[in-house]
Design a binder for this molecule. Structure first.
Ligand SMILES: C=C(O[C@@H]1C=C(C(=O)O)C=C[C@H]1O)C(=O)O
Length: 408
């Protein structure tokens, strides 16, 4: 390619770089076809409209290349299923990312752009493979499930998740509308309990009430699984259900209703001493890329005081401290640092969550008060070290936290 004027060099680099991304044939052909004429056009006639028109074509072809990638991904998913191989291949993902970075660097393209682009595409391919895999495995085929609280956000998520596994889903929710996606009931009565799975996916107080109601009903073959964020309020009913002869287990999906891909998502299973129920709870996520961990009933709430209670409280406090200082939100966003950006993003997410649920996470966990005390103490230590201009203590405080969280 001839030497380009200085102002065109960045574009030449991008075109060269794009050629290095391993999209398969389409994008390479596209770049070879367009890069030079495009640069020519820029040199001869700097016509903005013509350049944008060409860019539109290029962007369309980018999407064609991505579609071609997705089709190959679907074929790979099927091949892996046929061979009984797991959905996710971490070593292969690393290869794909490393190759994209190396190819980008060779062409003078920013390696992190190539990395991020490929990461996004891998995420999408996993989502597609996961959905296809769940449907193909049909773990719930021939089984029936009743989702109690099925018109709530997590209830809806679980209803369609179970449906995608082949379960025959019905929901029970006093707030069910006339046009629910599944047959809906507004009252829990014993005729609904003749099913294989009763998934209780209501708010915490409501779930406690539903489990109490189930305790009064004669056990059926159904497995009862709750998905509450805090387990202590449910403990007496969970124990009573088991004692009454129900098969019962507890689940805690560590993600919200917007989750599509379960890669990097966590699910907690609590074994309540009913092996069939625990096995069913585990099997619901067996064909996904979610990481399933087991916790005891006691450990669950202790750990959730750290994972949920502390992180929610800290983010609410962060925003409150800004509000107390009458901070100018627009100005802060204009001059924000990378840490402030990241922190605000998390805080914004927390503050837009359902206050009833977040209140219950703070108030219903018996371990939470002590955790909030530790947060207050930590802030005090920090304030004292700063007021005393004590660098050694400040360093020690940072080192202690780093030891726990590991290097960044
Ligand atoms: C496509 C595959 O499945 C997954 C998706 C990958 C991708 O999008 O490149 C890579 C590895 C796997 O986790 C594969 O195994 O090759």
């Amino acid at each position: 390619m001839p030497e380009q004027p200085e102002r065109l060099k960045p574009l030449a680099t991008i075109c060269n770089g794009i050629m290095s991304v391993p999209f398969g044939g389409a994008l390479q052909r596209l770049c070879l076809g367009f890069a030079e004429p495009l640069l020519q056009a820029m040199t001869n006639s700097p016509d903005l409209k013509a350049l944008r028109d060409r860019l539109d074509v290029l962007d369309g072809s980018l999407l064609d290349a991505i579609r071609e990638r997705q089709q190959i991904i679907a074929a790979i998913g099927e091949a892996k299923r046929g061979m009984g191989k797991p959905l996710r291949d971490f070593a292969r993902e690393k290869d794909v990312l490393d190759r994209a970075e190396a190819n980008a660097a060779k062409r003078g393209l920013d390696a992190s752009l190539a990395h991020e682009l490929m990461k996004l595409l891998i995420q999408h391919s996993l989502t597609h493979q996961e959905i296809a895999h769940i449907r193909a495995q049909a773990t719930g085929a021939g089984l029936r499930a009743l989702v109690v609280g099925g018109a709530g956000q997590m209830g809806r998520w679980f209803a369609s998740f179970l449906d995608s596994q082949g379960f025959n889903v019905e929901i029970c929710d006093p707030n069910a509308s006339a046009d629910e996606a599944f047959p809906a009931h507004t009252r829990l009565d014993s005729s609904l309990l003749n099913t294989d799975l009763i998934l209780v996916a209501a708010g915490l107080r409501a779930s406690a009430g539903i489990l109490r109601e189930l305790v009064t009903m004669a056990p059926t073959k159904a497995v009862i699984i709750d998905i509450a964020s805090i387990k202590e309020p449910l403990r007496p009913s969970l124990v009573a259900l088991k004692d009454a002869g129900w098969q019962v287990a507890s689940l805690h999906p560590m993600f919200g209703p917007s989750a599509v891909l379960l890669a990097d998502r966590h699910v907690v299973v609590i074994d309540l001493g009913c092996p069939d129920a625990t096995a069913l709870a585990r099997s619901l996520f067996a064909n996904t890329t979610a990481v399933v961990s087991e916790l005891s009933l006691d450990a669950h709430d202790r750990i959730m005081a750290e994972v949920l209670g502390l992180s929610h409280a800290l983010n609410i406090a962060f925003a409150l401290a800004l509000a107390e200082g009458k901070a100018d939100g627009d100005l802060l966003q204009r001059v924000s640092s990378s840490t402030f950006d990241a922190q605000s993003k998390v805080a914004r997410r927390v503050l837009n969550e359902n206050p009833n649920l977040y209140f219950e996470i703070q108030t219903e966990n018996p371990n939470n008060a002590a955790q909030l005390d530790r947060l207050a103490t930590a802030l005090q230590h920090l304030s004292l070290a700063v007021a005393a201009r004590d660098i050694d203590t400040f360093r020690a405080l940072m080192a202690r936290g780093r030891e726990l969280l590991g290097p960044g």
